[in-house]
Design a protein around this ligand. Structure first.
Ligand code: FAD
Length: 299
């Protein structure tokens, strides 16, 4: 039997070979490749050993807000769409057991409703919970890692693994516990009680983000890591007068120089050319080696 035939026998999955993946990232660079939509943890437990058996590399994509996909994607894209009983968010809980595919926007709405202290740290970050945990997403208010008590993962062998979070489990935009091939399927989240100022803080922070980031455009968030906390990549790019620089349908944002906007149907080559220009100029004028924050699979 082939992988395709074995996949067809599984329930709770949709296998879409050579699918248009463009809308699976917020940047919307044209991409095509094999896609598996997964609707239950038990289905994922069957899929990962199959992919291992057929030696098929794979990549999990959440909201694709920190992910670039090449024109021809060689890995199989796994996209989780796990069940969630939304009534859990009708009331304040002491802790929350949540699926990885849940959008952080639902959690922010809940934090506004119940004034949950701590949950303001992920205000406005476009992400699935799984992607946010993987990246230890955060703002200058804090990081999501501090709110995670336990993470549930599926191993490449199809087993469930529980990771209890401790100090050292996360660092800046990084986790230290997801092993190669593992997929985050859920997490237990806590909060730090109730603080009546939280709803207002969240609203103000959302306004601040709207003013300072090109949120209405197709982009992938910050493209480069800040070389140092006090040396933001955006300010360095701006200081070289690169705001507005174009490469085909891509443009360095006028609002925030560490954002690249897709103004039309941009492609991988245009992206590659633009980041090479930025990296070259950084190296030439400042001697700084810029590192990508956005994730790029091999291609
Ligand atoms: C407009 C805009 C603003 C942004 N602002 C911020 C910000 O303020 N702070 C910030 O931290 N980030 C920001 N980002 C980047 C992005 O939102 C975060 O990195 C977020 O955590 C990505 O989540 P995602 O679900 O989109 O993950 P994806 O982009 O889909 O994936 C990111 C990485 O996580 C892995 N991954 C995803 N889900 C899983 C899973 N279930 N199991 C295992 N691995 C997984 C992927 O393989 C990939 O390596 C911004 C992005 C945009 C477009």
């Amino acid at each position: 039997m082939s992988l395709e035939e074995e996949l067809k026998q599984l329930s709770d999955i949709v296998f879409l070979p050579q699918h248009d993946l463009t809308s699976f990232t917020t940047f919307r660079l044209f991409s095509r490749g094999d896609l598996i939509e997964i609707k239950s943890v038990s289905a994922l437990q069957k899929i990962l050993p199959l992919l291992k058996k057929y030696q098929k590399p794979y990549l999990v994509v959440g909201w694709g807000a920190n992910q670039i996909l090449p024109a021809e994607c060689k890995q199989i894209i796994l996209h989780l769409s796990l069940p969630f009983d939304g009534s859990l968010l009708n009331e304040k809980q002491e802790e929350y057991t949540l699926p990885a595919s849940l959008g952080l926007n639902h959690l922010t709405a809940h934090a506004v409703k119940f004034a949950l202290k701590g949950w303001e740290v992920f205000t406005g970050i476009p992400a699935s919970l799984g992607g946010a945990i993987y990246m230890n997403a955060g703002t200058n208010l804090g990081e999501i890692g501090n709110l995670i008590k336990k993470v549930t993962l599926v191993t490449p062998e199809g087993n469930i693994r529980e990771e209890v979070i401790r100090s050292g489990s996360f660092s800046y935009r990084h986790n230290h516990f997801v092993k190669a091939g593992e997929v985050i399927v859920g997490a237990t989240m806590i909060h730090h009680g109730v603080d009546e100022s939280i709803p207002q803080r969240i609203r103000e922070y959302l306004e601040y983000r709207k003013r300072s980031q090109p949120l209405a455009t197709k982009n992938c968030g910050c493209v480069f890591k800040n070389p140092l906390k006090e040396l933001p990549a955006g300010r360095l790019i701006d200081s070289l007068g690169l705001k507005g620089l174009r490469s085909g349908n891509l443009r360095i944002s006028e609002k925030h120089a560490n954002f690249i906007e897709n103004t039309g149907e941009a492609n991988w080559d245009q992206f590659s050319a633009l980041i090479s220009t930025i990296k070259h100029q950084m190296d030439h004028f400042y001697g700084i080696e810029f590192e990508l924050e956005v994730k790029i699979p091999y291609h």
